[in-house]
Design a protein around this ligand. Structure first.
Ligand code: MF3
Ligand code: CO
Ligand code: CO
Length: 339
């Protein structure tokens, strides 16, 4: 004997739950296939959460002044920020390396300072103020300020890249919200050389998927650094980063690369974060360059905002990044941007 069940409803009948919606638009799927209904509801919820956390351009505050006694990099003297200085990727002399150790440590200190300022309710413009003042306090120039680009020179002193922003986000009136992730990319020009480092920080309580992304990205940087050895090639670095990221199901951004650094902000070699057959450049003691993998939860392709700087993932999935400036030593790599 069967129990008493509700009579089967036709697709266009009002739903039994009393919502007033048609049965087919309301509980029919949940009745027929509860697992699929739950899965789809979770996906809708995740998509809505992501949509609610998408970044939009804010207001950019006036340019912060740099006192006249602070030595400027060559591009900062050009109104369009174009650099006439070209530097090769050849090994540096001992004096340049000593100065790069100091600039690297200063960059690490400034990064720690801005990281400590990250919190819900703080604007990215406030992070810019912190970095700007921390650079000046050390007698250094904030390298991004006035650095040339396709549309305009970079107008601020640090790059702040929130959630789906891959890199080169411009600090503005955007307020950090609980659950965001934000990368702060600090470069200081001190003693005639640049130190370049970045990290991704969690804003308040961050969901598990984003925390896992940030952790894997940090591991990618560590593995990239561990792949550096004299006699090896730059290709070893990308191979190590890609194997780890893709092995865990993440995307590796290809459009932005690590770079030689020293007297010039950006110089050869290019450091791809994926296995690039053309990356045959041999590593020699005394070379200095960055490793700075950008890793995504979804699509690794990017689109640009029309400010010419802000790069976001095409699918708006979140992206994280970590960066260090390295010196190739006799038996591996020395991290110059450490505290
Ligand atoms: N610091 C970035 C890098 O890692 C470069 C930023 S260029 C800027 O190479 F103009 F956006 F600051
Ligand atoms: Co860099
Ligand atoms: Co950087």
């Amino acid at each position: 004997m069967r129990g008493v069940t509700a009579p089967a409803l036709a697709a266009n009948d009002p739903c039994w739950c009393g919502s007033g919606r048609r049965y087919k638009r309301c509980h029919r799927l949940a009745d027929l296939d509860p697992e699929r209904a739950a899965r789809e509801a979770a996906q809708r919820e995740a998509a809505a959460r992501q949509a609610a956390s998408l970044v939009r351009p804010g207001r950019v505050s006036p340019r912060r002044p740099v006192p006249a006694h602070i030595p400027r990099p060559s591009y900062a003297l050009d109104p369009r920020g174009h650099d006439k200085l070209r530097e090769s990727g050849a090994p540096k002399d001992a004096d340049t390396i000593a100065r790069m150790r100091r600039a690297g440590r200063a960059a690490a200190e400034v990064l720690a300072e801005v990281g400590a300022a990250v919190a819900p309710g703080v604007t990215t413009d406030e992070l810019d103020r912190v970095v700007h003042e921390a650079c000046l306090a050390r007698g250094g120039y904030p390298s991004p300020l006035g650095y040339g680009g396709a549309v305009m020179p970079f107008p601020k002193s640090v790059c702040t890249s929130v959630n789906e922003v891959i890199c080169h986000g411009i600090p503005d009136s955007t307020v950090l919200r609980d659950g965001d992730i934000v990368n702060c990319d600090v470069t200081i020009y001190l003693d005639g050389v640049h130190g370049d480092t970045n990290a991704t920080f969690l804003v308040g309580e961050v969901d598990e998927a984003s925390r896992a992304l940030v952790e894997v990205t940090r591991e990618c940087l560590d593995l990239g650094i561990a792949a550096v050895r004299p006699g090896g090639t730059v290709r070893d670095i990308g191979r190590a980063v890609q194997a780890h990221a893709e092995g865990k199901g993440y995307g590796v951004v290809r459009a932005f690369v690590g770079h030689g650094v020293g007297r010039a902000f950006h110089s050869p070699p290019q450091v791809h974060h994926y296995d690039h057959p053309g990356a045959t450049q041999r590593l020699e003691p005394g070379m200095t360059f960055t490793v700075e993998p950008m890793i995504t939860i979804g699509d690794h392709e990017h689109v640009m905002w029309d400010d010419g700087w802000t790069a976001v993932t095409r699918d708006r999935s979140r992206s994280a990044q970590f960066e260090h400036t390295l010196l190739v030593t006799d038996d591996g790599a020395e991290v110059l941007t450490k505290l």
